[in-house]
Design a protein around this ligand. Sequence first.
Ligand SMILES: Nc1ncnc2c1ncn2[C@@H]1O[C@H](COP(=O)(O)OP(=O)(O)OP(=O)(O)O)[C@@H](O)[C@H]1O
Length: 250
Amino acid sequence: MTAPGVLEVDDVTFTYGKKTVLSHVCLDLAVGVTVLLGRNGAGKTTLIRTLAGAARPTAGQVRLAGSVVDGRVRRGRSALRDIGWLPQAFGYPPHMTTREFVTYAAWLKEVPADRIGPRTADALDLVGLTEKAEQHLRALSGGQLRRAGLAAAIAADPAVLILDEPTAGLDPEQRDGFHDLIRRLRAEKTVVVATHLLEDVEALAGRIVVLDAGAVLWTGTAEELAGTAAAPPGLHGLRQGFQTVLGQDR
Ligand SMILES: Nc1ncnc2c1ncn2[C@@H]1O[C@H](COP(=O)(O)OP(=O)(O)OP(=O)(O)O)[C@@H](O)[C@H]1O
């Protein structure tokens, strides 16, 4: 039996027609933060969608606590209920209030009726949107909207939280706020963050998985990444390390 919260990626391959976008990806994602780092087009979003059960692998499986994550209900309880997902861009009903949006997300994830109110309140509190709870989503700023999306993703208190480029397009202050939030969640959840920003890697630490051309090229810590370029940790060292790791592919 796998440890609770471990998302197993077992030899996952994904193709669009003849184009292979993920190739034999194997990962065990455990409690804490794992950063999926890769250049544009490396396959991060495709892997994220596969982890979230939004895309079914062409071959291989994703499993959570032994249940296959593919959108189908197995043994009466879908693994998807335990997975929260914040896509890069998400559609939202502009006339819904923030509270209605998060409440709806909790309902979709089948949170028991008497728990929906408290869970929604907790999620809004965690992302700092309690004061905006009765505002329409269309009135929120980009950063607030992203936080509303995060509140929706955590509304059912999932064991796994999957975030696709959560800090893209945010200003430095909003980005710091998001990093703080993720650091708070990582103690008890399996958090997977796809990014191409080394600032995210530096702020979130955790485990790094470098994805390139659809394959896992390297895994390790931030210190180890900088170490591949014999550089000290820090943004500059991470950049040098990332380039060194990518260069090893050629
Ligand atoms: N619907 C699709 N049909 C065909 N090819 C696709 C489709 N979606 C993505 N791809 C291709 O799959 C590859 C991986 O894309 P993906 O979006 O997963 O990468 P990414 O690492 O998330 O990139 P980015 O950082 O730019 O978001 C790219 O070459 C992309 O062009």
